[in-house]
Structures are given as structure tokens and as C-alpha cells.
Ligand binder design. Structure first.
Ligand SMILES: Cc1cc2nc3c(=O)[nH]c(=O)nc-3n(C[C@H](O)[C@H](O)[C@H](O)COP(=O)(O)O)c2cc1C
Length: 192
């Protein structure tokens, strides 16, 4: 069982990273092998709609020279994708959005002269978010977008774990959030 965890926070030791820590520890305790990408350490260029990736249905085929090929290969070798992001303006952060665009074309060969396959069909996807507002007012639109993204890409959407940040003067992590993160990892492990 393999999981790829893709983290979209610019803050290396911020809220999203600290929420992920118990989640990743629990996954590891369950025996799940995980690969972790911090997108702000990577070069993720935006899609320019050249459609080069639609020519060959057997590979990513994107001609942009950056770090997305490595992430693409890791996703293909994984059973589960976890997207972890702070909410910025009701959605994920820019490098995660750029990655989602690159993958929706590179993985889904739907956009050439003929409709081809989804290369990642059947994989599972889960969300972990942190936001300043209550989850139903901060992460709701991102979740709707990702549910639709999954349906379109033939991915199985697992669900979302969200936590609220009460502001810069409050300590974000507490034992309740730690339990929620561990519990989410165990639930995810059960379906892997
Ligand atoms: C530019 C910016 C935009 C934000 N937009 C939202 C938002 O739309 N909704 C929300 O709930 N929180 C918003 N926040 C708050 C962050 O999502 C929240 O503080 C989060 O826990 C930060 O996570 P991090 O420490 O991993 O970066 C925003 C923060 C920043 C810096």
C-alpha cells in the first residue's frame, strides 16, 4: 500500500504541516509507505494548454521542464493521493492549483482528437485542509471542486479532514486535532 502526500503550504512548520504530522505518523504505524512532497520546494510551472500531453496516451508527455514528472510518476505508483493545503481565498494555494491543472490534462487523455483513457483511474484521493474560518465556510468550495475533479478523472474521492486556525495569537495544534488526524489516517488505511 502506497500513499503520496502532497503539501501545499508555504510554511514549513505551519498549521498544515503540524496537522499532517500525527496523520503521517499514524499511517506509517499502520504500515503504509508514504512519499511526501512539499510543493513550495518544487518547481511547478503552470499549464499553457499546448496539448502536447494528449499525443501519447502511454505517458505524461508534458514538455514543461520542471518537477511535475517526478510527482506524476509517484502518483502512478501509489494507491492513495492526499492533498494537504491551507485554504487561500476559498481554494488551495497556487502551486497546488498549478499541479491540479497539469495533472488533469497529463493524466486524463480526454482532450485530443479522440477521447483516450484516464491514466490514474481508480486511485483514491483524500483532502486535509486548514483555514481561518469554520470548515463549512472555508474548505467547502475547494471540496466541491475536488469532488468534481475526482469524478471527471475517475478517481475515488475519500473525504476531507479540516481544522480551523483561530489566528496568529493562538496555538494551532492540540490533542483534539491530533486525535482527529490519527483517526483520519486509520480510516484511510482501512480502505487501502
Ligand atoms: C493569503 C491568504 C489567504 C487566506 N484565505 C483564507 C480563506 O479564504 N479561508 C480561510 O478559511 N482561511 C484563509 N486563510 C487562512 C489560512 O488558511 C490559515 O491560517 C491556515 O491554517 C494557514 O496554514 P499554514 O500555516 O499551513 O500556512 C488565508 C491565509 C492567507 C495567508
Amino acid at each position: 500500500m502506497k500513499c503520496v502526500i502532497i503539501m501545499g503550504s508555504p510554511r514549513e512548520k505551519g498549521n498544515t504541516a503540524s496537522f499532517l504530522e500525527p496523520f503521517m505518523n499514524e499511517l506509517s504505524a499502520c504500515g503504509v509507505e508514504s512519499t511526501f512532497f512539499r510543493l513550495y520546494d518544487k518547481n511547478i510551472l503552470p499549464c499553457v494548454a499546448c496539448r502536447e500531453c494528449q499525443r501519447d496516451w502511454s505517458k505524461f508527455g508534458c514538455h514543461r521542464d520542471d518537477d511535475v514528472q517526478e510527482i506524476f510518476d509517484t502518483i502512478l505508483a501509489s494507491d492513495m493521493i492526499v492533498l494537504a493545503t491551507p485554504i487561500y481565498s476559498w481554494y488551495c494555494t497556487p502551486p497546488m492549483k498549478a499541479l491540479l491543472d497539469r495533472l488533469v490534462y497529463g493524466m486524463n487523455k480526454y482532450y485530443g482528437d479522440e477521447k483516450g483513457p484516464s491514466l490514474w483511474a481508480g486511485k483514491k484521493l483524500a483532502l486535509i485542509t486548514t483555514g481561518g474560518y469554520r470548515p463549512e465556510k472555508s474548505s467547502d468550495l475547494f471540496e466541491i471542486g475536488i469532488e468534481r475533479y475526482c469524478k471527471h478523472s475517475q478517481l475515488a474521492y475519500f473525504g476531507m479532514l479540516s481544522a480551523r486556525d483561530l489566528g496568529y495569537n493562538h496555538v494551532f495544534m492540540n490533542s483534539e486535532k491530533e486525535c482527529q488526524a490519527r483517526d483520519f489516517a486509520r480510516k484511510l488505511y482501512k480502505i487501502l
